[in-house]
Design a protein around this ligand. Sequence first.
Ligand code: NAP
Length: 266
Amino acid sequence: MRLNGKVAIVTGAGQGIGREIALCLAREGARIAVIDVTDKAFTVADEIKLLNGDSVAIKCDVTNWQEINNMVNDVVGKFGRIDVLVNNAGIRGPRSFITEIKEEEWDEVIAVNLKGPFLVTKAVLPVMIKQKKGKIINISSIAGMISGLFGALPYSASKAGLVGFTRSLAVEVGSYGINVNAICPGFIATEMSLGKVDKGGHTVDFDIFRNEVPLKREGKPEDIANLVAFLASDDANYITGQIIVCDGGWTLRLVGQHPVKFYNNR
Ligand code: NAP
């Protein structure tokens, strides 16, 4: 087990990718603080206990500084240290053209996806700096790195912001033995990517999508969780400031198409 004795905080861990990250790090021996804005955190903490793991569930909104401070104090009170922080909580936001996006919709997406990781990291860092060791892993998106998503303006902007945050923070805290990296998932089958698409009345032809992806399948939450476990472990001690795409090669295809189009248009 690669994370024996370590303590990890995972935000947005009540379902989807965050839940799988929490379970995966627990299987690797870490004690887990399962953080979510809903009571689903308690269900996941119970699942970890069924795996004979150690966990605590804390209901906490990553946009609320007071709740975050209380959460960090509770984690340190229970486990005595924090080795890993996974900033995973995120929302998709409106699927609208720019002129139809309301100011409060923009603010909400930026608050959860970008200000949230800033606030949680700010609260956790003093603990890691004291320990002179820590791993921070931010869950961004291909939408913030390579690919433009149609109808996801605030989401893409927030995830691109998280990429910049990751790189700058890695430079600032490297001398304290703290590694900061980001993962950019492609299409991962979760509530966010499947359920809410259907709720919005959109139809997605998954067979067309699967055909587009070189590895011929959608991503699973485990695909992201396994990468988080690696980055959280000592195997990744010399990796920092990196933005790692995990998308089955999907964006490789998208990028590859651009020169072809350019060539044909000349
Ligand atoms: P998800 O199924 O919607 O799960 C996100 C979890 O975060 C939910 O439990 C959600 O609670 C919680 N959450 C929302 N706002 C929060 C807040 N303010 N404070 C604390 N928790 C909060 O999403 P997912 O698909 O697992 O995505 C996880 C992360 O991966 C996100 O950052 C997302 O942007 C990123 N990502 C996902 C995909 C994909 O294809 N799924 C692709 C690229 C990147 P509620 O259910 O109450 O909202």
